[in-house]
Write a protein that binds this ligand. Structure first.
Ligand code: SAM
Ligand code: SF4
Length: 453
């Protein structure tokens, strides 16, 4: 495994979209085109499958120095009310495009820290969203909770509003690691919020863990997983720490590269963690995720319904995902668009009745072909290309790259199919990169992506 890690540990995307954001063609994109594809997708899918809504709530009271998310650090809770008004105004700008009421199938509150907001303000937000919308059948509403500030009142309020899934940021329980990442959070805190969620009736409680953090050792990872086993969350994200200190607004500067585990140590942490999780019945779901057999993510995986978008893995596919709030990304299936990242600009644009996107991409036929394969690999660890002889030249280039990986036993290739082997699973990002023709046509000139291992 050591040689493979050295060979394949290169910068690479995590493929929450294809094309990946740095490869979006902003020249062919426009706000007008974005609205047209939103409307098209809505008309094609709202009545049958409903739509997804991602709402970004960017505030956090403290900066965790490992964090790569888009956030704004403040202790001033006066920011809550105006931000919610702007979100609702932005939502109304989208609803004006539609002839019928949107049916919301998936709604996710992400951040930043959604539980920075008071329960009453979250209620205003959700009720405001449903002034223009209705719930789809079997809707799934979820949110990210910070164990240090999620209260019973938050949980009860969100449950009453229809939320049944929550994920808590845990990362690692060790004191040294917690100090290095500036996130002090006891096991008891995590235990309390997990137990309250269950008592209130949440059906899926998730924990986010990370391996590869500064000063984190194999023992720390094992100990965190042993503690996690005491609480048996329904779902687990077991992320590889993404070291991207060059990104603006990110605090990954409180430690040096030498404080981080090596690629091989990281891979050991992952393999040991995975083995410990398997012992108690967790199944690996695509990349970075684990779930118990009773969880909807596992059920979606075995029934072939697993999907991946900017929210990560989801249990059902909707063609249209609208992103509200600073930095949010929307996906109309035919195009992507991202909102401005500055809070002031966001409020200014929405205040002037402008959907606050600043960049996007219209998918070409080739993009749609590649996206299908990358989604298949990420969600099912295999893909086939029966009826696509028109793309034979493209496929030949992809196959040339895959054959190199076949020699390393990471994939098995048959006439019209590629399957990722057990050995190949940790290298899934590299395998998807074999399909990423845009990346191969033009290698990035600056550092864009975290390392694949
Ligand atoms: C928006 S945060 C979670 C919600 C809440 N703010 C909290 O911290 O508990 C989402 C998750 O992204 C993951 N994450 C953030 N930065 C990361 C990084 N650099 N590498 C890997 N995972 C990261 C963490 O596991 C974190 O819990
Ligand atoms: S990990 Fe969560 S609380 Fe910490 S800075 Fe990131 S978004 Fe905020």
């Amino acid at each position: 495994m050591g040689n493979l890690v050295r060979k394949y540990n290169i910068p690479g995307p995590r493929y929450t979209s294809y094309p990946t954001v740095p490869y979006w063609n902003i020249d062919t994109f426009s706000g007008k085109a974005w609205k047209a594809t939103i409307k098209r997708s809505f008309d094609e899918s709202n009545a049958t499958e409903g739509i997804s809504l991602y709402i970004h709530l960017p505030f956090c009271e403290q900066m965790c120095t490992f964090c790569g998310c888009h956030k704004r650090i403040t202790k001033r809770h006066e920011v809550e009310k105006p931000y919610i008004s702007t979100l609702l105004k932005e939502w109304s700008l989208y609803c004006e495009l539609f002839d019928t009421k949107p049916k919301i199938k998936e709604l996710h509150l992400g951040g930043g820290t959604p539980t920075f907001f008071s329960p009453d303000h979250l209620k205003v937000l959700i009720n405001g969203i449903f002034r223009f919308a209705e719930k789809a059948e079997n809707y799934e509403f979820s949110f990210e909770g910070h164990p240090n500030n999620t209260t019973k009142t938050h949980l009860q309020m969100l449950f009453d509003l229809g939320f049944r899934r929550v994920s808590f940021g845990v990362q690692d329980y060790n004191d040294t690691v917690q100090k290095a990442i500036h996130r002090i959070q006891s096991f008891e805190k995590v235990r309390d919020v997990t137990e309250w969620s269950r008592e209130i009736g949440f059906t899926s409680v998730g924990h986010d863990l990370i391996f590869g953090l500064p000063h984190q050792t194999l023992e720390h990872v094992k100990d965190t997983i042993l503690k996690t086993k005491l609480l048996m969350p329904d779902r687990l994200a077991f992320y590889s720490y993404a070291h991207v200190p060059w990104l603006k607004g990110n605090g990954q500067r409180g430690y040096n590269d030498k404080d981080l585990p090596t690629a091989e140590e990281k891979r050991n942490q992952y393999e040991s963690g995975k083995a410990l999780l398997a012992e108690v019945g967790y199944h690996e779901i695509g990349m970075d995720h684990f779930a118990l057999e009773s969880d909807s993510l596992y059920i979606a995986m075995v029934s072939g319904k697993l999907h991946r978008n900017f929210m990560g893995y989801t249990a059902s596919k909707t063609q249209l995902m609208i992103g509200l709030g600073v930095s949010s990304i929307g996906d109309s299936w035919y195009s992507f668009a991202q909102n401005v990242k500055s809070l002031e600009e966001y409020e200014h644009l929405v205040g002037n009745n402008i959907i606050p996107i600043y960049r996007g991409h219209i998918l070409t036929d080739e993009d749609q072909f590649i996206r299908r394969h990358i989604l298949n690999l990420m969600c099912r660890f295999e893909s086939s290309w029966d009826q696509e002889s028109e793309n034979s030249e493209l496929l030949e280039q992809i196959l040339t790259r895959l054959r190199e990986m076949e020699k390393d036993e990471l994939v098995e290739i048959s006439v019209n199919k590629v399957r990722v082997t057990e050995k190949g699973r940790p290298f899934i990002r590299n395998i998807c990169m074999a399909f990423d023709v845009l990346l191969h046509r033009k290698a990035p000139e600056t550092r864009l992506f975290s390392m694949t291992i």
